[in-house]
Structures are given as C-alpha cells and as structure tokens.
Design a protein around this ligand. Structure first.
Ligand SMILES: *Cc1c(COP(=O)(O)O)cnc(C)c1O
Length: 384
C-alpha cells in the first residue's frame, strides 16, 4: 500500500522510484519490441510492446496515480489520445462539446467523426442550461475543456458531470492547461481525463505525447482495447523524456502560475491592452468557479490588443518569449491563435468564439517575471 503523500512528493516517490532489479534511479528504457516467453503454456506479463512495455507502463501508472485514476494510457500525441478516446463512441452517437475547443479537436469532430456518422453540437459550456437543452436522445458524450483555449472560460465541471449522470452520457475533460497539479477532474466525477503531455507535463518543448486516464475499470478495459487496436502508443524514448519532465511538474506549475497572475494583473492595467482573459483575476467571470474546482488558474493567459497591426508590432518587438505554436514549456511562449492553434477554424467561427485578430496567448515559463514585464512594456510601447 502506497502512503498518501502530497502531490509534489508523489511526482518522485512512486512504485518506480528505483528499478527493482538494478536499483537504477532513472527508469530504464526498454527498447524491446517483443519479449521471450519462458513458459510454453503460461505467457509473461509482456508479450509484444504495442500491448505493453515496461517503460511505457511507468508513465501510465504515474499519470493514473497523479490524476487519482486506476488506469493511464500513453499516446503518441495529445490528438492520438483524444481521437482514440472518441472511439468509445459508435455510429449514430452524438457529442455535446464546448465551443472554444482546441483547434485539432474541432477538426477531428467536424471533419472526421462526421464521416463516421458521429454527430455533434457546439455549446457555450459555461452555460449549463444551454448544455442541457442540446442533449439529445442519442447524446453519448459531454466534452469539456476548462479553462478553455484561448479565452480561458471556466466550465462548471461538477454541473456537467451531474447532467451526464442524468442523461446517461460519458464525460471527457481535456486537462492540458492545468494538469493534475492544479485540477483533478476524476475526483469531480469525470470519466476520461485527456492530456496533451506535449505541454506542461513534458514541459520542455522536446516531446510530443498524449495521455488518457480513467477511474472506472470497465472503461479502462475498453480504452486499453482501443489503444492496442489503433496502436497509438508512445515510443519508449519519449516515455522517458516525459517521465523526466513530470518530475518537476509541481515546481514549474507553481512558479509559472504565480508569474501568470502577476503578468495578467499588470496587463489588465495597461492602456494598450483592451482585455485580459485569466480566471485568476478577481474580476474575471470565472474566478469563483475556478477557485471551487482547481487550486490555481494556471500558467496561460490571453490578452487582446487593438487589432492585427498592433499584434504584429508587439510580436516583432518582443524579445523574451518565443513566438510559436504550443504552450506549457520552460521558456515562455507567445502564440497568435488566429493563425496558429485555431487556424483550422473558419474565420467566422473564430470571431464568434471571441478569438479576434487582436488576441494573443501567453504561456508563462520560468524566466524572471520582472524581465518578462519589462520586455512587454517596451513591446507595447512599440505596438502603438
Ligand atoms: C496541444 C493541445 C492538444 C493536442 O495535443 P498534441 O500533443 O499537439 O497532439 C489538445 N488539447 C489542448 C488543450 C492542447 O493544448
């Protein structure tokens, strides 16, 4: 029986703290694709590495433990995790999902699942009445992403779970932005937690990976079957990189989220900034709800400048963050949702979701916050 350590300690002291055979403190990378069977009649735990590999198993156990689940699965990308989980559905099923869903999930749902006869309705998930009004006879899944990307809207997780129970639907939640360091949806009744581990869990912009976690045993078996059927597994080198990144998750998230609050507060007082989206700000519409279901608002915020021209000048002048797709790394990352994360979304859909041409998203890294603010100050001056 494992002791009930604090989250920070659990990141380091789990079943795989040391390798049982050698005492190795770093998890060995098992490059074997197949495993010798010592007994003709009874096969061992591992047979073929798509179905199970000891290195991958360590990441899978670790994320299950951190999210408070029973089974974890490591995928070749966040989209591999998300698309495989969607295969828990069947033809003629219907999904209700949040309007400002990640661009890749939007593409999958609107252009792939529709071809397979799986239909969907986008709703404002912050409005539970709207969610309920759009649940149909064949609705099988309520899909959440909170805080949402990039306008940081907060969904009432407990409220959506209650609706799912009432109408007998699954709930999935994309927990990429907060990670189990700040938000543990399984503890609030969600069925499947999904991650792009490419972001905060990996944390170093050096690996593309995805994770899924469940608590229910039956659902775990179904997902294991799909994982093996599709073969959307994470390679062992990447499993190791992800494990190394995860060891520092807690300290990185704490530092970067404190910085995010500081920067959001500063931006919200700046005359060149039209609007700041960050549920850690007391006057943000999601503030109270966020506090009730997560221990921080996280390390990502968005802010709106006058227009595309102002954004261009700002990005040209800024020196500290990298200007790139992605988030959740040791280096701060500035993104332009209109042409990056949400490029797959038609312009009118984008505008309707508040993703204007003036909107920038910032993922706060581990630089000095003072340096970041000074850099933004000079860049905002040149954006005028
Ligand atoms: C990046 C991201 C994904 C997709 O993950 P990949 O690892 O890029 O496939 C899904 N959801 C959110 C919220 C993301 O930020």
């Amino acid at each position: 029986m494992e002791k009930d350590f604090h989250f920070q300690t659990k990141l380091l002291h789990n079943n795989h703290k040391v390798d049982k055979g050698t005492g190795a403190v770093s998890v060995p990378i098992h490059h074997s694709s197949t495993f010798h069977q010592f007994d003709f009649d009874t096969f061992g735990k591992y047979d073929y590495a798509r179905s199970g590999n000891p290195t991958r198993e360590v990441v899978e156990e670790a994320i299950a433990q951190l999210e408070g689940g029973t089974r974890g699965f490591a995928f070749s990308s966040g989209m591999a995790a998300i698309s495989t989980a969607f295969m828990l559905l069947s033809k003629d099923d219907h999904i209700v999902l949040t309007k400002d869903v990640y661009g890749g999930t939007f593409r999958l749902v609107t252009r792939v699942l529709t071809r397979l006869g799986i239909d969907h309705t986008f709703v404002d998930m912050t409005n539970l009445e709207e969610v309920e009004a759009n649940i149909k006879e064949n609705t099988k899944l309520l899909y959440m992403e909170t805080p949402s990307n990039p306008t940081m809207k907060v969904t009432d997780i407990r409220g959506v779970v209650e609706l799912a129970k009432k109408y007998d639907c699954y709930t999935f939640l994309d927990n990429t932005f907060l990670t189990p360091a700040f938000q543990r949806p399984l503890e609030l009744g969600v069925d499947v937690v999904l991650h792009s581990a490419t972001k905060f869990l990996g944390g170093h912009s050096d690996v593309v990976a995805g994770l899924a976690v469940v608590k229910d045993e039956e659902l775990g078996n179904e997902l294991a079957f799909l994982h093996n059927s599709f073969g959307t597994i994470l390679g062992v080198q990447d499993c190791w990189l992800l494990l190394r990144g995860m060891k520092t998750l807690s300290v990185r998230m704490e530092y970067s989220s404190k910085g995010a609050l500081e920067i959001a507060t500063w931006l919200s007082k700046h005359e060149a900034v039209k609007k700041v989206y960050y549920p850690g700000l007391e006057d943000d519409p999601g503030y109270t709800l966020q506090k009730s279901q997560a221990s921080s608002a996280g390390a990502v915020l968005s802010f709106e400048l006058e227009d595309r021209e102002a954004v261009k000048k700002f990005v040209d002048a800024v020196e500290v963050p990298v200007f790139a797709v992605s988030l959740g790394a040791v280096e701060s990352i500035l993104s332009y949702p209109a042409t990056m994360s949400h490029a797959a979304m038609p312009p009118e859909e984008r505008e309707a979701r508040g993703i204007s041409d003036g909107l920038l998203r910032l993922s706060v890294g581990l630089e000095s916050i003072e340096d970041l603010i000074a850099d933004f100050e000079q860049a905002l001056r040149s954006s005028k």
